[in-house]
Design a protein around this ligand. Structure first.
Ligand code: ATP
Ligand code: MG
Length: 269
């Protein structure tokens, strides 16, 4: 049996003590797993990832990461925090939160330099990642002047530059053109093949089969409605419909407008 690197036990979290965002979530995440969190807008996906990254802490219940309970005190411990930050990387849903340096090059270098990685190693990582993601020409620019998709690529590069064991990716393909999205998926698959644990939140069912072996579906009550093997849950159309994971389309047959739903996996013909 693989070791559990994260253990969540009946975790509750609310913003400002009055906006519930997670209501009793328990899960074990094993080393090397590929997990996707699915669920409607506001069901708690981003909140769950922020808890796993130790950015916020449960109101009730507990989270253990690498056998230590995550709380404010533990993450204020410089030695633990440094170790934790080098092991766990987070690509935020909103790349603006993550990019704050004068140039893209500095944004990508920031994490590994901060964690004490040798300058030459950092330079090589920045170059390799920029080359692989096709953002070499952006290195001297400010991230604030970039398009949404370009910002997302820089945010992904800045997280990968740390080479963490666990990658938390919040909507990693949102706003990306199809080829770039494909490339990000390949990077995720390749990282997992090298033993990295991958935890994503997404609405894009097209990519789930490739980036997840296990799915957790969050409900509007901000609990886990169902978890299980990707193939099994993606085949449960009623479940997907209940949790807003189906498209609703309006189109015309002859002169009559029809509205019907279909899952994201269906192909448009
Ligand atoms: N900063 C905040 N202040 C107050 N409430 C918040 C804040 N961030 C999130 N919430 C609330 O917490 C709940 C969960 O939000 P969360 O962002 O985790 O959902 P999500 O599943 O990631 O949604 P989306 O698919 O839209 O990204 C929502 O009801 C939301 O309104
Ligand atoms: Mg979110």
């Amino acid at each position: 049996m693989e070791e559990a690197i994260f253990k969540l036990n009946n975790v509750y979290f609310s913003y400002l003590g009055k906006y519930p965002a997670l209501c009793g979530v328990s899960m074990d995440i094993l080393k090397g797993q590929k997990i996707t969190i699915l669920g409607a807008n506001g069901s708690g996906k981003s909140t769950l990832l922020q808890l796993l990254d130790g950015l916020i802490f449960p109101d009730k219940g507990s989270i253990f990461a690498f056998d230590r309970q995550l709380n404010e005190e533990v993450l204020n411990d410089e030695a633990f925090s440094r170790k934790f930050r080098s092991k766990v990387g987070f690509v935020f849903q909103n790349p603006d939160v993550q990019l704050f340096c004068p140039t893209v090059e500095e944004d990508i270098s920031f994490g590994p330099l901060h964690l004490g990685v040798n300058l030459d190693v950092v330079k090589k990582r920045v170059n390799d990642l920029a080359d692989s993601l096709g953002i070499m020409s952006l290195l001297r620019r400010s991230a604030h002047q970039l398009s949404v998709g370009e910002k997302r690529k820089v945010a992904i590069a800045s997280t990968l530059a740390v080479d963490p064991e666990v990658l938390l990716l919040d909507e990693p393909t949102a706003g990306l053109d199809p080829q770039t999205a494909r490339h990000i998926i390949d990077i995720i698959i390749e990282a997992n093949a090298r033993g990295k644990t991958i935890i994503t939140a997404t609405h894009d069912l097209h990519i789930v089969e490739e980036i997840a072996d296990t799915i957790y579906i969050m409900s509007n009550e901000k609990k886990i409605a169902k978890s299980g093997a990707t193939q099994v849950l993606l085949a449960d159309l009623d479940l997907l419909k209940t949790h807003n994971l189906m498209h609703v389309h309006r189109h015309k047959h002859k002169d009559e407008a029809h509205i019907h739903s279909h899952q994201h996996l269906d192909h448009h013909t």
